[in-house]
Design a protein around this ligand. Structure first.
Ligand SMILES: [Zn+2]
Length: 154
């Protein structure tokens, strides 16, 4: 369980660079972030925050962005775009999830989920497994601490 004080620290650190929305409070944000980031190790989250601040991202991050960064093992000096993991992180940091640009690992693009109708990127598990790049996705992604496995059907 990620300690709430770590989340408050991280939000405060990011908030010095990217101002919080006027109606946001660290307390409310921390509660939401704690739900999203509950299984992320503290040190991985701190590295992700440093990587985010070292990138050319221009907006306050979503907890999901930091989660993906943390779980894909980012470098605190920013992603190394000469590696598949780094290219994925650059895509993530550039807001790739919210744009038309396909995932650099599996070429998946943002589309409506047929079940929920939510806009999401459904990554190709097999291609991510082969490239060794963890990802976050609706129920298809590995959770932290699990080994990535080739999919049974692919
Ligand atoms: Zn992908």
């Amino acid at each position: 369980m990620l300690d709430r004080s770590v989340i408050v620290d991280v939000i405060g650190e990011i908030g010095e660079v990217f101002p919080l929305r006027a109606d946001a409070t660290i307390g409310r944000l921390a509660a939401t972030w704690a739900r999203v980031l509950h299984d992320v190790p503290a040190e991985a989250l701190r590295r992700a925050a440093r990587a985010y601040l070292s990138s050319d991202a221009r907006w306050f991050p979503t907890p999901g962005q930091l989660r993906s960064l943390a779980l894909s093992g980012c470098d605190p000096t920013g992603p190394d775009d000469t590696t598949p993991v780094g290219r994925y992180q650059v895509w993530l940091l550039a807001g790739g999830i919210g744009r038309d640009e396909p995932c650099p690992v599996c070429d998946s693009v943002l589309a409506a989920d047929p079940r929920s109708g939510r806009m999401t990127v459904r990554h190709d598990h097999q291609r991510h497994y082969e490239a060794g790049v963890p990802y976050e996705g609706e129920r298809t992604g590995p959770t932290y601490g699990q080994q990535m496995q080739p999919s049974a059907d692919g």
